[in-house]
Write a protein that binds this ligand. Structure first.
Ligand SMILES: [Zn+2]
Length: 118
């Protein structure tokens, strides 16, 4: 089954170095770092090899794959529409993520725009 999935779906995986304590991956702005900036653990073992590595899956590939499924695509678009609507509504007290400042800010900045052209 795993072989079938690997042959059927291109999820653009790659191996990246990460903290041995699983705090973070040494990617993007951390690509040149030799120690974890969260816990201080060294990136490399004494032999110069990475202390730990993990598989990175491209978010873009995952989203393209998910949006290619008509059932999942419909659900994702409906949930995003509900999130946009909820973020626009005022809230007092404790509510769901939609009312959090980051969600409202994302909606205001257009990150949750209604277009779904993929
Ligand atoms: Zn760490």
């Amino acid at each position: 089954m795993e072989g079938f999935i690997q042959a059927s779906v291109n999820l653009e995986t790659r191996t990246v170095d990460c903290c041995r304590n699983a705090c973070l991956a040494f990617t993007h702005k951390r690509v040149q770092q030799n120690a974890c900036d969260a816990c201080g653990a060294p990136r490399y073992k004494a032999d110069g090899k990475p202390a730990k590595q993990m598989t990175y899956w491209s978010l873009t590939s995952w989203l393209a794959h998910l949006l290619g499924d008509p059932v999942i695509e419909k659900s994702m678009l409906e949930n995003m529409a509900a999130a946009r609507k909820a973020a626009e509504e005022g809230a007092d007290g404790v509510h769901d993520y939609y009312h959090a400042k980051i969600s409202v800010s994302s909606s205001t900045k257009g990150y949750l725009a209604a277009s779904a052209s993929c």
